[in-house]
Design a protein around this ligand. Structure first.
Ligand SMILES: NC(=O)c1ccc[n+]([C@@H]2O[C@H](COP(=O)([O-])OP(=O)(O)OC[C@H]3O[C@@H](n4cnc5c(N)ncnc54)[C@H](OP(=O)(O)O)[C@@H]3O)[C@@H](O)[C@H]2O)c1
Length: 292
């Protein structure tokens, strides 16, 4: 199977590498061209523009940072729309809002192409290990055609119905995750400041009802102050912002998520946007008295 892949950031690189390793022919494009090099070493071909990739491949996958990037790659000159036509499928796996996804879907289908949104749950490591959870919505036939690729990139795929449902599901999941990360940060700080060993807190949490892989994975690195990015904080804040907008639209009060969003914004203002989202811990850590 031959696929195009647009966007070789943390996630796109791992996902496209997995497809290559499993025998797919992959044509890649990235705004910063040098990020294609490692993929080329593993057998990928480079397309000069998104349009060139789409013209070459029956199916093209995108994994881009946010709504602005997802729209730019489709609508700008030499973008996806310049290459799409009947018989071709475009699968956007970026995390965006349903409005962005719908706009892209309408433009693709107006040109005869088919469209699927397929954001993912899971981070850098699950992407490397082919263990993502894929939240697809849109053209059912394209979903079925994409299953061989989804089976390589993920451990489970859901088809959620019309365009927008995948985007919304992903935002709900990340809204919960972002809120949990803030509660966890406050807990670590409270343990530390009140004279408890944060490592012991991790052990206690891990044995109880709120044990989870995120606390287990991130706790030790947060205690060390190691925020090497698996999920960049700026993207988590984007997801909180989009989830809060979805809450506005549906009149759902979300005071916890709103507070978490403020903490991620604060972290961005501290220059932590490109660090891992767990760096939000620094927003509560920074108030340490200088004597401690
Ligand atoms: N990392 C995670 O754990 C994770 C998990 C689930 C979902 N996601 C979602 O997956 C998407 C990608 O995340 P990531 O962690 O891989 O992000 P990333 O490392 O920041 O990569 C972002 C990608 O988008 C490209 N891009 C940004 N603006 C662009 C523009 N205007 N035009 C063209 N390309 C543009 C970047 O190109 P350059 O290389 O040129 O900058 C890069 O390829 C995001 O929507 C994120 O929310 C991430």
């Amino acid at each position: 199977m031959e696929v195009g892949f647009l966007g070789l950031g943390i996630m796109g690189k791992a996902m496209s590498m997995n497809l290559l390793k499993h025998g797919f022919k992959v044509t890649v494009w990235n705004r910063t061209l040098s990020k294609c090099d490692e993929l080329v070493e593993h057998g990928a071909t480079v397309g000069e523009t998104p349009a060139a990739v789409v013209k070459k491949c029956k199916y093209t996958i995108a994994m881009l940072s946010d709504p602005a990037a997802a729209l730019a790659v489709v609508f700008e000159k030499d973008g996806v729309l310049d290459g799409i036509c009947s018989g071709k499928g475009y699968i956007d796996m970026s995390t965006v809002d349903d409005e962005t996804s719908t706009k892209i879907s309408e433009a693709i289908t107006a040109k005869g192409g088919s469209f699927l949104e397929a954001p993912v749950s899971g981070s850098k490591k699950p992407a490397e290990d082919g263990q993502l959870v894929i939240l697809a919505a849109g053209e059912k036939a394209l979903y079925e055609e994409a299953i061989p690729a989804f089976d390589i990139m993920g451990k489970k795929s859901f088809f959620l119905g019309p365009v927008g449902n995948g985007a919304k599901m992903k935002l709900v999941v990340n809204m919960v995750m972002g809120s949990m990360m803030n509660a966890f940060s406050e807990g670590l700080e409270l343990a530390d400041k009140s004279g408890l060993d944060p490592q012991t807190l991790l052990a206690v949490l891990d044995l109880g009802a709120i044990s989870n892989p995120m606390f287990r994975l991130k706790g030790p690195t947060m205690i060390q102050g190691n925020y090497s990015p698996a999920f960049p904080l700026k993207h988590q804040q984007k997801d909180m912002r989009l989830a809060l907008a979805l809450g506005d639209e549906n009149a759902v009060p979300m005071p916890v998520a709103a507070a978490a969003n403020e903490a991620f914004k604060k972290a961005r203002s501290m220059g932590l946007g490109d660090k891992d989202f767990s760096a939000v811990y620094e927003t509560v850590r920074q108030f340490k008295p200088s004597s401690s």
